[in-house]
Design a protein. Structure first.
Length: 70
């Protein structure tokens, strides 16, 4: 069962566990950049994940999400 009540702390911990100098998706953003921005993006990503679970949307591997760091 999926925990639909993801906290900012859990999201930040997940981001911190990413391997440096690798990328997760087609957006080609290095995990190191995500880790650097972790304090700013963790709350937003936690909210996005909660919204996905609330509406029952679970992205499939063949789909892609583009993340833009400004």
């Amino acid at each position: 069962m999926v925990n639909s009540n993801i906290t900012t702390k859990e999201m930040a911990r997940t981001i911190s566990r990413l391997l440096n100098n690798t990328v997760l998706g087609l957006d080609r953003i290095l995990n190191k950049a995500l880790k650097t921005c972790r304090p700013l993006i963790a709350p937003w990503l936690a909210d996005v994940a909660k919204a996905y679970f609330k509406i029952g949307y679970y992205p499939q591997l063949k789909r892609s999400i583009t993340t833009v760091i400004l």
